[in-house]
Design a protein around this ligand. Sequence first.
Ligand SMILES: Cc1ncc(COP(=O)(O)O)c(C=O)c1O
Length: 475
Amino acid sequence: MRNFTSAGLEPDPETARELIARTAERVIAYLGTLEDQRASDFDGANEIARALVEPLPESGQPYEDLLELLFDRVIPKGCNTNSPGMFSYINGGASIHGAVADLITSATNPYVGYWGAAPALVQLEHTVVRWLCELVGLDERAGGVLLSGGSLANLSAMVTARKARLTADPRHGTVYASDQVHHSVPKALMVGGFAEDALRLIPSDSRYRIRIDALAARIDEDRRAGRQPFCVIGNAGTTSTGAIDDLQALAALASREQLWFHVDAAYGGCFALTERGKSALTGIELADTVVLDPHKTLFSPFGTGCLLARDPEALRRAHELHSDYIDGVVETGDHAGTANFADLSPELSRGMRGLRVWLPLKLLGAGAFRAALDEKLDLARYAATRLDGTPGFEVLAWPELSILAFRATRAGLAPNELDRLNRELLERVNARGKVHLSATSLEGRFVLRICVLSLRSHAQAVELCLSELAACHPS
Ligand SMILES: Cc1ncc(COP(=O)(O)O)c(C=O)c1O
């Protein structure tokens, strides 16, 4: 093997090619053995982590040693987010196409904060944003920006809503969402400097959707108490159960009350590619802002979120600021929807995220994604039906999309004993490492969830998950 160390910071083309080839070999070997790898592996993980604490190396070392360290020791430790058995949290598993796009982006390193710096690549990213707008039914005036993920997108959405609708002292502003809202929303309000009690959590119904009557009553009560309601948030796929609020009713209420209507569709939004998803998401097209996470539901690598706005000018009004040193590149494109990305979010320099979504969609077509998402919808329903028919299990939230919540049962147990039983089941399943599950809390009960979203989770992986649950049931 070549000596990559002595080749220095600017290797010649042959050396660079071999560097990439060596890396590709390891990546392909890793991907090719995913089925045999554990879904999670924490054995000795802390020791390996500690061994990585070291002083700044003054000289280099052979690449083969580093690849070995990474692929044989470091990467296998923890949750394997690419595993077919990954049913915990919300994991899409990254497609190889997104990784290839990242190689191109990182190697060519374009700057896409301002149109004038790379017009064609900025347009490419705007095209991705437009596709996502079309996906959720926002019209041709809509636009947006790709961000690092749903959390940053929710933060920018709250800042945008404040700028657009909050006229009073920000400390008096109030925001409304169901008690199922993702914690990135309260975090956004905390980071954004809103009042500690700015978020009004509205109770949800038996399907974990916001109760519109309770919402209307709370808004009314707040107005009478001198607060200024300025934003209502709809969930389009909650993290715990995938529940989708009645977005049409929320849009009507927001319009009546002159509130900003934001939809957190970080998980659920891209299911609009499928017929069933589109119908479940009816009303999302009425939102002022929408969060989508391609790194969940389009199988992009982590770090690919998106904030869409019916009127991208609203994003600009909340985020635009000029400086003397940027003046040369600030001109925008010659047609609508070509705003400077740096004016639509807090970020100035960032990697181009667009290619991660553009390349796979151009290469494979939307149909490949639709088929994959339809498969996840089918598999989640299948898993719920199977669990429901298995003695010792009950389904507590049937999948609206591809998440279901359930728990193990045993006759005669008190609620806290049932919780303990389910904790034990989760620990047993995860300790075996064939599949990985996570838990949540519903109405105070500890419950388990299966999120079928990983691009590599097919029928066989779901069967394995069900048999692991049966084998580990502490009966
Ligand atoms: C509904 C919802 N919103 C927002 C987020 C935050 O997204 P991210 O992890 O990309 O910051 C998540 C994450 O799981 C989520 O499920």
